[in-house]
Design a protein around this ligand. Structure first.
Ligand code: GLA
Length: 382
């Protein structure tokens, strides 16, 4: 073989290697791009933003409801799956939407009979969940168009969302200026920073309502769950807390040691029954220092090896096991969503706090700043 032939062979295989490597490597830099996701009946255009980090994790977030539309995360072998429930197009979100992925407010979760009193004045909100107010009312923050600004930040990429909730909207007092920033970091974290200010005393409780399935399909009964909580807030038959903080010890609500979600979900227990057969309760997170950012939940899915940790500054989390999904929704890629096909972890103040003086306060006054940080950390185990 001549030197020239050897050289040509070398160049040939070298180029194949470079092309191969190029196809397989995740983008080296985090980036964010904007596309149209359709239009609302009033003609308003809705945008969807794709956030990618340098390890190839990819989240899509739209400015309608600030909702997470997809979450593409690798399993233990590097195979990517979409682990968030939702629809392929905006149409689905407008038609039949059990809160797939959005920001929820002004008050996430329930307020008994939609009534609360502030400074001696009684306020009445819509009752959109049996006798109670749920997730901010008929047109909560999940159904609002947010102003979105994409940003490149040191740690990765971010999407800053802003919404001004007018005085009296859905019955709540005060103009509430809300900013929610999603940051996808190069450490495989999706961080949500919430902040809000008001010009009249009001109540605030913001969260995100993403339905997760760490396998990307099937039910979540074999997912292993750990909840860092010694107590929970038991509820009445309409899912309003009784006011008691009850020990989880000896109940199906004890997730202090990791165990599968399905292991006790069918026990004969009134709290499980009230929730339509499954979990839909608020846990009181163990915290030495109030408002500190601590580990709330760790979920592990054994076949894919995906692990999701949720850290939050909030005092509670609602763990909802998708009990109202019933196979009637056809979501992304023709996926039919059945009962227990997903879990939702809502970092929050306790439900119906305005009517329970023993619960941490949800009152926000002019001059104060509401803050909430929740981090979703994605990883894998073998
Ligand atoms: C929350 C509630 C549930 C249910 C879902 C939406 O998780 O606690 O009862 O309303 O939202 O379907």
């Amino acid at each position: 073989m001549t030197k020239l032939t050897v050289f040509i062979i070398f160049i040939f295989f070298g180029s194949i290697f470079i092309v191969y490597e190029g196809c397989n490597k995740a983008p080296k830099k985090a980036d964010i791009k904007k596309e149209s996701f359709g239009t609302l009946p009033n003609g308003k255009r809705i945008d969807i933003y794709t956030l990618r980090n340098k390890n190839g994790l990819e989240f899509k977030i739209m400015n309608y409801g600030g909702a997470i539309v997809s979450a593409k995360v690798p399993d233990k072998n590097g195979n990517i799956a979409d682990i968030a429930l939702g629809y392929d197009s905006l149409k689905g979100y407008l038609k039949n939407n059990p809160y797939f992925g959005p920001i929820v407010g002004r008050y996430a979760n329930r307020i008994a009979k939609g009534k609360f009193t502030l400074n001696g004045k009684e306020y009445t909100l819509a009752t959109n969940d049996g006798p109670n107010h749920l997730h901010g009312g008929i047109k909560g923050f999940d159904k609002k168009v947010w102003n979105a600004v994409p940003e490149k930040v040191k740690k990765g990429v971010a999407l800053k969302l802003h919404y001004l909730s007018k005085d009296g909207e859905e019955g709540y007092p005060g103009n509430l200026n809300v900013t929610v920033t999603y940051t996808l970091t190069n450490n495989n974290e999706l961080r949500i920073d919430y902040s809000a200010t008001t010009d009249k005393t009001t109540i605030v409780n913001l969260t995100n309502h993403t339905y997760w399935n760490l396998a990307g399909k099937g039910d979540i009964l074999n997912h292993k769950m750990m909840i860092n909580a010694n107590k929970f807030t038991p509820v009445d038959s309409t899912l309003i807390p009784t006011g008691e903080l009850k020990d989880v010890a000896g109940t199906p609500f004890d997730f202090r040691k990791p165990r599968t979600i399905g292991s006790r979900i069918n026990e004969n227990n009134l709290q499980l029954k009230y929730a339509n057969g499954g979990y839909d309760l608020n846990w009181v997170l163990n915290k030495n220092v109030p408002d500190s950012l601590t580990l709330a939940v760790r979920v592990t899915e054994p076949t894919s090896g995906r692990v999701l940790e949720i850290w939050t500054t909030e005092p509670g989390i609602q763990f909802y096991s998708g009990n109202f999904l019933n196979g009637s929704i056809v979501g992304k890629n023709g996926h039919v969503y059945r009962k227990h096909d997903a879990f939702v972890i809502e970092a929050q103040h306790f439900p119906d706090s305005p009517n329970h003086p023993n619960f941490p306060s949800v009152v926000l006054r002019p001059g104060e700043k509401y803050r909430q940080i929740t981090i979703y950390k994605f990883g894998t185990i073998r």
